[in-house]
Design a protein around this ligand. Sequence first.
Ligand code: XMP
Ligand code: MG
Length: 182
Amino acid sequence: MTSQPEYITLHDKRFKLFIESNRIQEIAKEVAGRISNDFAGKIPVLIITLKGATNFAVDMMKYLTIDCTIETVRAKSYGSGMVSQGSVLVSQLTGDIKDKDVVIIEDIVDTGLTAKSLIEEFSKLGPKSIKIASFLIKPEMLKTDVVIDYVGFEIPPAFVVGYGLDYAELGRNYPSVYSLAE
Ligand code: XMP
Ligand code: MG
């Protein structure tokens, strides 16, 4: 097993180990299996939402047994704080998705506003289909009726960092997920 610290400090806050890296790898493989089955015979385009979904997208893709293409997009909602602000900016999609089967890769779904905005924006570009995969979801925080097709882990409404997720830009490089320690 990868050795990983029980506690980390980022800026002024302390975080406790919450999801270990080996468990994350198992889930990445599971999600890849489901996507591979559902898209058998197709070549979906994975749209990685920067920056947070990078780690999950890279690990999950390794386990796909189908071909895919990759694009990226920026979706910003939090600024540097820890509370979802409700305003979402979708920008800089890197490629054409017309007539393509799209799988959006998200890091975490909190209120669901970002996921909903992404679906709305991408729908305008004429894709054949759109699905969403999210590494994490906080079901108790959902404020929209958005359906997340592939979920890694359901977590309680704590603020988490690591494995792509940041607190004021720190923490993204950790292989495990950490939650805010009281
Ligand atoms: P919404 O509310 O739009 O939020 O579903 C999704 C986006 O908010 C960020 N987010 C977090 N980032 N730890 C983070 O580092 C968290 O616990 C957290 N919860 C939400 C993230 O950018 C996500 O894409
Ligand atoms: Mg962030």
